[in-house]
Design a binder for this molecule. Structure first.
Ligand SMILES: *Cc1c(COP(=O)(O)O)cnc(C)c1O
Length: 423
């Protein structure tokens, strides 16, 4: 049996209707921005494998750090024990995070980073004997697939089977151009009507919604409204973190600081699953008490896994190199150039860029759903051309590894132009 035949016998894939889905492509090797399948066909990974891989596949700098840690201390429980890699990750992160962040909590993936933040927001008020149980979130947000994260997410076909089983979430419009007022008003109304504990958002770019972008000043306004009403601010930087927006964190563009930040995806450069939720001293202090019941009773077996920490540390060091920062600037400049070229095309509705993120909305005759026919046609066209891009409905976005070469990136643009002509 081939790999794909065995796969179809044993495996259940994420976000996949196995009855109608095409067989998956078996990838056997990766290097830089490239991947190879079992038949030797080459692909450019233009979405950094779901946004986790900024430094390229099979990166030897991170691999060496992992190997060294694996052969020194691969794992130790984090309940009652600590270790140098965890402390070093904390020191490094606190150096680069918005400066009101003081405490680091480890978990395993983006959803749990969000889950922790939401639980902390709810327990923060419980510990203070204040009844606040509603979470505010944006329409079409994506915060993950565990229960609280899913409740905060607004992409309805992901969550329809579970309606009525969620924590209380009130949804407000994203302050995209033309909706700034509406968003502010909706937030004020939500705060007036419900006992709101926290406001969670993807800062500046809603990833899974199709790279929907909005301005930092508009986010700052919303945060100020929350501040006046003592609603905790949760920045979900799982996608935007570690350079994607052109700055280390999207919140670096925003004049107001959050109370909590969720991190994962690029944290370990796509090597080892790991996530972090960070907090202000004020949030931590609400749990600091002689009463054990006020503690945060949340943890995962692999919390602060030293090997993951070593990978995170190596990744953050790579991000800070002048070479990587220059790569980010180069990709941004070339995205802007492509945006300028493509945006007046008859079949293009809009194009947008922030940092290394580029998105183009293609005109479609019918209402396009998330996994609609145009989407599938585009996806297959890209795969055929050896480029991995996963359109969201009629939106094609590029979020390449920072080390993608100039030629590879130009090829990705060319293929997108051909796709626009084709549909
Ligand atoms: C991907 C993502 C998550 C969920 O992360 P997982 O590791 O897939 O659980 C949460 N929030 C945002 C903004 C994301 O992009």
């Amino acid at each position: 049996m081939t790999l794909t035949e065995k796969d179809s016998q044993y495996l259940w894939h994420p976000y996949t209707q196995h009855k109608t889905a095409q067989t998956p492509i078996a990838i056997t090797k990766g290097h830089g921005a490239l991947l190879w399948d079992e038949k030797g066909k080459e692909y450019i990974d233009a979405i950094a494998s779901w946004w986790v891989n900024p430094f390229g596949h099979s990166n030897t700098f991170i691999a060496d750090a992992i190997y060294k840690q694996l052969t020194t201390l691969e794992h130790v429980l984090f309940g009652g024990f600590t270790h140098e890699p965890a402390v070093k990750v904390a020191e490094k992160l606190l150096e680069i995070l918005p400066d009101n962040q003081q405490k680091i909590f480890f978990s395993d993936n983006g959803s749990t980073a969000v889950e922790v933040a939401i639980k902390v927001a709810l327990q923060y008020f419980f510990n203070k004997n204040e009844k606040r149980t509603t979470i505010i979130a944006f329409e079409n947000a994506f915060h993950g697939d565990t229960f609280a994260a899913m409740a905060a997410s607004g992409i309805s076909f992901y969550t329809q089977a579970f309606q009525g089983m969620f924590i209380d979430v009130v949804r407000i419009p994203v302050p995209v151009k033309g909706k700034e007022e509406e968003s502010c008003t909706a937030l004020q109304n939500a705060i007036a009507k419900y006992n709101c504990a926290g406001f969670i958002f993807e800062p500046l770019v809603q990833g899974a919604a199709g790279m929907v972008m909005y301005e930092p000043e508009e986010l700052a306004k919303l945060i100020r409204i929350c501040r006046e009403n003592k609603v905790l601010i949760i920045a979900d930087e799982v996608m935007t973190g570690f350079g994607k927006t052109g700055r280390t964190f999207a919140m670096d563009y925003v004049s107001e600081n959050p109370d909590m930040i969720c991190l994962s995806k690029a944290l370990t450069g796509g090597t080892i699953p790991m996530a972090i939720t960070t907090f202000t001293q004020d949030v931590f202090d609400a749990f600091y008490d002689d009463d054990i019941n006020k503690a945060l009773f949340h943890g995962h077996t692999f919390t602060a896994n030293p090997t993951g920490c070593a990978a995170a540390l190596a990744s953050m060091n790579l991000l800070q190199t002048e070479e990587m920062q220059a790569n980010i600037r180069r990709i941004n400049a070339s995205h802007l150039e492509f945006e300028e070229k493509i945006k007046s095309h008859a079949k293009v509705i809009t194009a947008r860029t922030l940092g290394v993120i580029f998105a183009v909305e293609i005109r479609s005759d019918s209402e396009e759903s998330y996994y609609g026919t145009m989407r599938n046609k585009l996806y297959e066209f890209f795969i055929d051309k050896g480029v991995i891009l996963r359109p969201v409905g009629n939106i094609v976005y590029v979020l390449p590894p920072y080390i993608i070469t100039k030629e590879q990136l130009q090829y990705v643009y060319t293929v997108i132009e051909e796709a626009i002509e084709m549909v």
